[in-house]
Ligand binder design. Structure first.
Ligand SMILES: *[C@@H]1O[C@H](CO)[C@@H](O)[C@H](O)[C@H]1NC(C)=O
Ligand SMILES: *[C@@H]1O[C@H](CO)[C@@H](O)[C@H](O)[C@H]1NC(C)=O
Ligand SMILES: *[C@@H]1O[C@H](CO)[C@@H](O)[C@H](O)[C@H]1NC(C)=O
Ligand SMILES: *[C@@H]1O[C@H](CO)[C@@H](O)[C@H](O)[C@H]1NC(C)=O
Length: 549
C-alpha cells in the first residue's frame, strides 16, 4: 500500500515537473480549469538577514485547483512540528510571511502548500531555501590565555580574541598594526593565536580584528584594544674586562667589568674567584663594575663573572688576575708601501714591548708627540703593539722613536731606539744592500763568462769530432751506393792499419779528407776512413771485451 502511494507521488511529481518545464504550459496566476493537482510552491526571500530585523518571504504555486483555498506554511527543513508562519490564500494569491529574524532561523526552510478541506489532493513542498542570519560582530577583546604579558624568550604565548556578540566571524591578528609575520612558530586557528616559542622580536602590541558580513557591501568589524606583550631577552654569557688604577697612597686596584652583549635589564651580575664569592650587583644595564685590590707582578688567582635575568644563571670564562708592569726592551721596526714607480710612498712603524699587561705607547717625531690622527700620520693602538702609519713626504721627515709605560702608572718609561726617516733615506738603498746586490751581480757575470769560455773551448773540439763523424756517416751512405773494391783498402795510399790511439787522438782522418779536392777521391777516402774507423771500433770493442774478461 505504501509503495503504491510513493509511486503515485513520484509520478505526480514527474508530471508536475514536465508541466512546469514546457514553456507556455501554464500562465502565472491563472487557474487551470478542472485540474485536481497542486503545483510545487516557489519560495522567495533573502538569503542573508540581520538578526532582530523583519524580513519578508513569499510563497506561491502556479497551478492549483479552481475555487480552492490553499494553505501555505513555512517550516524549518526537517522540522514540521512548528510552522514559522501560516498563510491562507484563494485563487493563486501569493503568500506573504513577514518574519522577525532570530538566530534560530538560520538554515534551510521550505514552504508547504496544501488544499484546505481536501485530503485527496496531496500537499506539495518547495525547494529548500537557505537563510544565513548575521549578528553584527562587536566588542572584540584580546585575552592572554598564557597568563603574563611580560616574560622571557623561549616561552609560549597563547592569545584569544573574545567578542561580545556576533556570528560567522573571521579573525585577523595584528602586531604593531601590521599582519603577523609568517612563521612556523605562529599558529592561528579562528579566534586563537598560539606562538610556540617567543623571541624578543615578537614583542609588540597585539590587536585582533573580528569581522563578519551580511553581503558584499555590508561588512561589520570590531577591533580590540592593543595588548602589549613584552618578550624579555635572556642575558648572554658575560665577558670580563678589567683595568688597573693607582690609588693616591700608591696601592693599585682593578676595576673589573662584567659585561653581556644581550639581555633585558635588570640583570644581576656577580664576580667570583675560585674560592670565594666576591661581589654581586643588580643593575639596569648590561654591565656592572666591581673594584678589587691588586698587587702588581703577582698571580692573584682566577676570576669569573656570572649573570642572571631569567630563570637560569650564565657563566663567563675564567680569567687569570695577574698584572705585569711593562719591562724589557722596546722594539721599533717598520715596513713600507711601494708606489707605482717603485718609490716608497707609505710606511708603518711597529712598536712593541717585551712584557706588560697594560702598556701605553707614545710616538715621537723630533721629540714631539704624535697622537691620534694628523696630516700625514695615524696611530693605531693594539693590545700587543702600536702602529704608526705614515705617508712619506716632506712633512714626515725626521727622527722617530716610541715610548712605552704602564697605562695606570706613568713613572716607568721605556724608550725605543730613534730612527731618522725621510724620502731619500728610504728610496736610496743602504750601501750594504747595494754592495751585496752589486757583488752578487758581479759574481754572476764572472761565472757566466767563465762558463761560456770553457763551453766554447770544449765545443770547438766537440765540433771537430762531430764534423768528422758526420762526414763518416755520409761516406757510409755513399758506400752503399757505390761499387767498391773490398779487398784493397787504402787510405791516401796508406794501408789502413789505424790503431785505437790513432783514431782517438789524431784528427788526421778529417784533415786528410779535407786535403783531397776531387770529389771522387774524397768519397773514396771518406769511405776508406769510415771503414777504418769501423774496424777500429771493432778492434776497440774486442780489446775492451778482453780487458773486461
Ligand atoms: C473547511 O472545513 C472547516 C470545518 O471542517 C470549516 O470550518 C471551514 O470553513 C472550511 N473551509 C473552507 C475553505 O471550506
Ligand atoms: C547589503 O545589505 C544592506 C543592508 O541590508 C543593503 O542595504 C544592501 O543593498 C545590500 N547589498 C547588496 C549588494 O545586496
Ligand atoms: C713617484 O710617484 C710619486 C707619486 O705617485 C711622485 O710623487 C714621485 O715624485 C715619483 N718619484 C719618481 C722618482 O718618479
Ligand atoms: C725634524 O728634524 C729634521 C732635522 O733633524 C728636519 O729636517 C725635519 O724637517 C724635522 N721634521 C719636523 C716635522 O719638524
Amino acid at each position: 500500500m505504501t509503495t503504491l502511494r510513493t509511486t503515485v507521488v513520484v509520478l505526480l511529481g514527474f508530471y508536475t515537473f514536465c508541466q512546469e518545464t514546457i514553456p507556455g504550459a501554464s500562465v502565472p496566476g491563472a487557474s487551470v480549469p478542472g485540474a485536481s493537482v497542486l503545483g510545487r510552491p516557489l519560495l522567495y526571500g533573502p538569503s542573508t538577514a540581520l538578526e532582530k530585523t523583519v524580513e519578508e518571504f513569499q510563497c506561491e504555486v502556479l497551478r492549483y485547483p479552481k475555487e480552492e483555498s490553499i494553505l501555505y506554511q513555512l517550516f524549518r527543513e526537517g522540522d514540521r512540528s512548528k510552522a514559522l508562519g501560516f498563510y491562507s490564500a484563494l485563487s493563486g494569491e501569493m503568500a506573504n510571511f513577514p518574519l522577525f529574524i532570530t538566530a534560530s532561523y538560520e538554515g534551510y526552510m521550505v514552504c508547504v502548500a496544501s488544499v484546505q478541506n481536501n485530503t485527496v489532493i496531496q500537499p506539495t513542498v518547495s525547494q529548500r531555501h537557505h537563510l544565513r542570519v548575521v549578528d553584527p560582530v562587536n566588542g572584540a577583546e584580546v585575552v592572554v590565555q598564557s597568563g603574563s604579558v611580560e616574560f622571557y624568550e623561549g616561552k609560549p604565548l597563547s592569545l584569544r580574541c573574545n567578542i561580545a556578540k556576533g556570528n560567522h566571524v573571521s579573525y585577523q591578528w595584528l602586531v604593531d598594526g601590521k599582519p603577523l609575520p609568517l612563521s612556523p612558530l605562529h599558529n592561528q586557528t579562528q579566534e586563537q593565536l598560539f606562538i610556540y616559542r617567543m623571541v624578543p622580536q615578537d614583542s609588540g602590541e597585539y590587536t585582533c580584528v573580528a569581522t563578519n558580513q551580511l553581503n558584499i557591501t555590508k561588512v561589520y568589524s570590531s577591533r580590540s584594544t592593543a595588548k602589549v606583550i613584552k618578550v624579555k631577552e635572556l642575558v648572554s654569557e658575560p665577558d670580563l674586562l678589567f683595568l688597573v688604577l693607582k690609588e693616591r697612597d700608591g696601592t693599585y686596584f682593578a676595576l673589573v667589568t662584567c659585561q653581556s652583549l644581550k639581555g633585558t635589564p635588570p640583570i644581576t651580575f656577580s664576580l667570583n674567584s675560585r674560592s670565594e664569592f666576591i661581589s654581586t650587583e643588580t643593575v639596569d644595564e648590561r654591565f656592572a663594575t666591581f673594584s678589587i685590590p691588586v698587587v702588581l707582578d703577582l698571580h692573584m688567582g682566577f676570576l669569573q663573572c656570572q649573570a642572571q635575568n631569567g630563570d637560569g644563571v650564565v657563566y663567563g670564562q675564567w680569567m687569570a688576575m695577574h698584572v705585569v708592569p711593562v719591562g724589557g726592551a722596546v722594539t721599533m721596526h717598520y715596513d713600507t708601501d711601494v708606489g707605482e714607480n717603485f718609490s716608497i710612498v707609505g710606511l708603518r712603524f711597529y712598536c712593541s714591548v717585551e712584557r706588560g699587561t697594560f702598556p701605553q705607547y707614545r710616538w715621537f717625531l723630533n721629540g714631539t708627540v704624535l697622537e691620534g690622527r694628523g696630516d700625514f700620520y695615524w696611530v693605531e693602538n693594539q693590545p700587543e703593539q702600536s702602529i704608526l702609519l705614515l705617508s712619506v713626504g716632506r712633512s714626515s721627515a725626521g727622527t722617530y722613536h716610541c715610548e712605552v709605560s704602564d697605562s695606570f702608572d706613568g713613572t716607568t718609561v721605556i724608550s725605543s731606539e730613534a730612527r731618522y726617516i725621510d724620502k731619500e733615506v728610504l728610496n736610496h738603498l743602504p750601501t750594504t744592500v747595494v754592495a751585496v746586490v752589486f757583488g752578487c751581480f758581479l759574481f754572476l757575470v764572472t761565472l757566466v763568462t767563465t762558463c761560456c769560455f770553457i763551453g766554447l773551448l770544449y765545443q770547438k773540439r766537440q765540433y771537430l769530432v762531430e764534423k768528422s763523424t758526420l762526414d763518416l756517416k755520409l761516406g757510409l751512405e755513399m758506400h752503399n751506393i757505390m761499387v767498391f773494391d773490398d779487398d784493397d783498402e787504402e787510405f791516401l795510399g796508406r794501408k789502413c792499419i789505424m790503431d785505437e790511439e790513432d783514431y782517438m787522438e789524431d784528427d788526421g782522418v778529417v784533415r786528410a779528407a779535407r786535403i783531397v779536392d776531387s770529389d771522387q777521391v774524397k768519397y773514396q777516402c771518406v769511405i776508406t776512413a769510415a771503414r777504418c774507423v769501423a774496424r777500429c771500433h771493432e778492434k776497440r770493442a774486442a780489446s775492451e771485451a778482453q780487458t773486461t774478461l
